[in-house]
Write a protein that binds this ligand. Structure first.
Ligand code: UT7
Length: 332
């Protein structure tokens, strides 16, 4: 039997910092409100000429180097993003693949918003377990500043830019294997979190290019409530189905949307503070990039060791959600 192992992690964080203080000069808000309601103090903003693919490439270089693989051993690239270099095509994954010099391998993007990284773990796992691919580079990369309306205080305080990447590889050692991945969706909540304009539902020719074609809109409070309810149910189920107690989880790595959502789900699972990975304070919500950026954070600070069990959870536009139980399995 072939299994899929989570071998390595990398991330890229843009230099420019946008603080709550900066935002309070742009919209009617305050550092106190943002910290109290979200836990966010600052977020990173990519340079004007820095594209999603550029950030994805930097994160991927680290993940590849840390995996010990040669470039020619990688046989597929998947990128999760809602802020691609180009609308519709070409995919950001093909651009990243070529910038890295990976050759003519399979490369594609997926759209699952903030759940994107969990979705691409499940896709990589399926390709590997079926024997179709051996070493898959997965990337969550976002330049959300390009699709954020900086006159809307309900969204602009939340989002930031960045990228994270990982290598998922084939193994015959079950102890190294990704244990389980859950993915789900419910389109009846589509209007809670969306970029309403620019697609076939509201094409560019009818709205005009200047009309903020691709800005995100969110019904924050409703999204918040569905997020807590759905995530709590999903993470409880994935633990129960795999006979794993929350105590056995070394690192709970939730999507970094809002500290209050993370706290509510963590409390429902009886997670101790030392189990919960938090980067929301310094990076805000980076959608599909938030989980790999958080994993990289504990890796680079020396907290993530071989064999330790991670529990991931995510929730986002679609609506989509997902969770995963993954031992960190670098090549020894
Ligand atoms: O990552 C994908 C999934 N995304 C999420 O899970 C995000 C979920 N939602 C949230 O994180 C929160 O709902 C927000 C942080 C967006 C908003 O927090 P909230 O506690 O749900 O606030 P609210 O929307 O209920 O608004 C409360 C008040 C309102 O004023 P009134 O009507 O009570 O007078 C808002 O107009 O806060 C006001 N408000 C603000 N005030 C200062 C909304 N945004 C701001 C702001 N600064 N930035």
């Amino acid at each position: 039997m072939t299994y899929a192992a989570f071998r390595s992690i990398g991330a890229y964080v843009p230099e420019k910092i946008l603080t709550n203080e900066d935002l309070s000069k742009m919209v009617d808000t305050s550092d106190e409100w943002i910290v109290q309601r979200t836990g966010i103090k600052e977020r990173r903003i990519a340079a004007k000429d820095e594209r999603t693919s550029d950030m994805g490439v930097e994160a991927a270089k680290l993940a590849i180097e840390r995996s010990g693989l040669k470039l020619e051993e990688i046989d597929m690239v998947i990128c999760a993003t809602i802020s691609p270099d180009y609308f519709n095509m070409p995919s950001t994954a093909t651009i990243i693949s070529t910038k890295l010099g990976l050759g003519n391998i399979t490369a594609f993007d997926i759209s699952a918003a903030c759940t994107g990284f969990v979705y691409i773990i499940s896709i990589a796992k399926a390709f590997i377990e079926s024997g179709m691919k051996k070493n898959v580079l997965i990337i969550g990369a976002e330049k959300l500043s390009a699709i954020t309306d900086y006159t809307d205080r309900g969204t602009c305080i939340l989002f930031g830019d960045g990228a994270g990447a990982a290598i998922i590889s084939a193994t015959d050692n079950k102890d190294e294997a990704i244990i389980d991945v859950h993915t789900g969706s419910d389109g009846k909540y589509a209007d809670l979190l969306m970029t309403p304009n620019g697609g076939t539902g509201s094409p560019h020719d009818s709205i005009g290019q200047e009309a903020g074609a691709c800005f995100m809109q969110m019904k924050g409070n409703e999204t918040f409530k569905v997020a807590v309810r759905t995530l709590t149910k999903d993470v409880k189920e994935i633990l129960a189905e795999n006979n794993i107690s929350s105590d056995e989880v070394k690192h709970f790595v939730p999507h970094q949307a809002n500290y209050r959502i993370i706290k509510a789900v963590g409390d429902a699972l009886k997670m101790r503070d030392d189990q919960v990975v938090l980067t929301v304070e310094k990076f805000g919500n980076t959608s599909g990039a938030s989980i790999p950026m958080a994993i990289n954070d504990i890796y680079e600070s020396g907290k993530l060791k071989a064999g330790e069990l991670m529990l991931l959870d995510a929730f986002g536009g679609g609506l989509t959600w997902g969770s995963a139980l993954i031992p960190f399995s670098p090549v020894k």
